[in-house]
Design a protein. Structure first.
Length: 261
């Protein structure tokens, strides 16, 4: 058990280290638009002015920046990658700190020499006004269809991201703890993979919905929840309940009923 706990913890550290390394040190001093209209400037190895709210189990820099954006008056946030902690700005002194990313809220730079927009010349006396209106109407309808398609794609992407965040929030705090859903007691194994299993069914259910679906299905004996998969809910048709799950190199959560189904 001790070895498995060490392997799980190492896997978790590898995930957050990869997230931190994707920004630091190569993008130190860079400004990025984290969300539409919300710009932050990165400063690696730095704990910014702190003293605001502290949030635990924050596994990505973007999630930490989002907390600052949602807090009125927040001027920046510090993501402590190893501890998965996010500290919002306050009145305490900033300081150098390893494995910490300070994200200062900044305003986008304006182009001092903007290009003059080209004026569209409209013929005041078109040869066929009705035909011209029909053309414009067709263009508007096409653009409207494109906008609706893009909106649907963004909504799907947002829903997938929310599912991923909900699953990530369970680890490491819920590791080896029991969650009850649909009358079934599931033991949580973060970043681990069950032994002796056979696949049964894959769905796009969110984390808790996946457990509810498995609880209601007599053929589902356990769950592998693959966080980065398009269909993360992997229901298993069989599992070896006599063997402890193995460490997994990919971000996934193994959910095994305490009492075999």
């Amino acid at each position: 058990m001790k070895l498995q706990s060490v392997l799980y913890y190492c896997s978790f550290l590898a995930v957050v280290k990869a997230q931190y390394s994707s920004i630091c040190p190569d993008r130190d001093g860079e400004t990025e638009e984290i969300n539409p209209g919300h710009f932050v400037k990165y400063k690696c190895g730095w704990l910014g002015p702190y003293g605001g709210a502290t949030h635990q189990n924050i596994n990505t820099a973007q999630a930490c920046a989002q907390l600052c954006q949602d807090k009125p008056g927040c001027t920046g946030s510090s993501w402590q990658s190893v501890q998965s902690r996010c500290v919002l700005s306050g009145d305490r002194t900033n300081e150098a700190r390893s494995n910490v990313l300070w994200m200062e809220v900044v305003q986008p730079e304006e182009d001092p020499f903007p290009e003059d927009p080209e004026e569209e010349v409209v013929d005041p006396f078109p040869e066929n006004p009705e035909e011209d209106c029909d053309t414009q109407l067709g263009t508007c309808q096409t653009q409207n269809t494109d906008c609706l398609t893009e909106k649907a794609a963004l909504q799907h992407e947002k829903a997938a991201w929310i599912k991923k965040q909900n699953a990530l929030s369970k680890c490491p705090s819920q590791h080896e703890k029991v969650i009850v859903r649909g009358g079934i007691r599931y033991k949580v194994h973060c970043f681990m993979r069950s032994k002796g299993f056979t696949g049964y069914k894959s769905t796009d259910h969110a984390f808790t919905q996946c457990m509810d679906a498995c609880s209601a299905d007599s053929r589902c004996k356990a769950i592998h929840y693959l966080i980065d998969s398009a269909q993360p809910c992997k229901m298993l048709g069989s599992v070896d309940n006599n063997k402890q799950p193995d460490h997994s190199s990919s971000p996934q959560i193994s959910l095994i009923p305490v009492t075999p189904k």
